[in-house]
Design a protein around this ligand. Sequence first.
Ligand code: ZN
Ligand code: ZN
Length: 180
Amino acid sequence: MEVCILPLGEVDEGTLIFLSEKLAKIFGSARVLERSKIPERAFNNLRMQYNSSVILYSLHTPGGCDVVLGVLDDDIYAGDLNFVFGEAELGGKRALISLFRLREHGRAREEMIKERALKEAVHEIGHVLGLLHCKNRMCVMHFSNSLLDTDIKSWKFCERCLRKLQRSNDDTPCTASGGM
Ligand SMILES: [Zn+2]
Ligand SMILES: [Zn+2]
């Protein structure tokens, strides 16, 4: 499976490379696409945030990409939520994550932000592959209400989620093995 990472606006290069290396190990293949602009119509002037759904559904899905993962470093919200870490098209092709809230609490180190970004990326891609939220707090599909949840969970699918993935798509190699 090919994951295409699409930087939207200014995004740290090191984080993009980190994501593509790790996602390639987890899902089979990953590459970084050419940078694109955040659609201006997604900006909400009252909230001073971007509407994540508007961005998500504006993402193009180039040929050869099984999943397009938009990555931005601006604050995003969805529906009634104050903010979201990301959003995905359940059972579709598109996912989106923002790094903005991942460095909250000031002192988060670079490595920690990258690790959080990976967890959110795998989580949203899991939704694209049809997975819903999981009760297992260690599972990457556990819902993150806060960064604490993100830090507790791993970047791996639990056995149950992994089995669901394998059942729904026998030809997709999805090994949640390999180092961080
Ligand atoms: Zn989710
Ligand atoms: Zn799970």
